[in-house]
Design a protein around this ligand. Sequence first.
Ligand SMILES: [Zn+2]
Ligand SMILES: [Zn+2]
Ligand SMILES: [Zn+2]
Length: 166
Amino acid sequence: MSDISKSEERHTNSPSGYLAISDEEAFGYLDFIAEFPRRKQICICGHTVTAHKHSPPTGYYCRPNSQECPCRVIRPVFYAENASYFKRSTHGPGLKHALSLGIKAMKKAGHSGKWLVVLKCQVPDCANPDIVPVCVNENHRITMVPTRYSAFLCHMHVVEMGGTLN
Ligand SMILES: [Zn+2]
Ligand SMILES: [Zn+2]
Ligand SMILES: [Zn+2]
């Protein structure tokens, strides 16, 4: 601890100090979060980015409602005009996934949103256009309960990985 503060002191007046971050990149990101505030960015698990809290040593936990979501990644995929609809729990693939439930509930109430990513099936080289969000377990099987990882898959691959869409 004392070593760090000492070295900081030594470099206070150094003209050569700089952050290894380009202005272009940083200004671009500042513009992005000004246009799409993090509290309205929706993770692929179907909950706001800001619902994810850090929890050592396991990483993150996500708590959008009274139940804990086991999401261990923060992957913003959607921007919601009104993020208050993104508090659902996943209970299946496709329309039963928390991301679909949030988006549809928000749209039903007359609000709109915007995808922050290109929707694509995550199976390499798959170009099928019918994409849905799903929860996947460690064995790459589709689950009816929330898991650590959500993914985008096409209908064909949902079925191939043991999921049912209805
Ligand atoms: Zn998440
Ligand atoms: Zn979540
Ligand atoms: Zn696919």
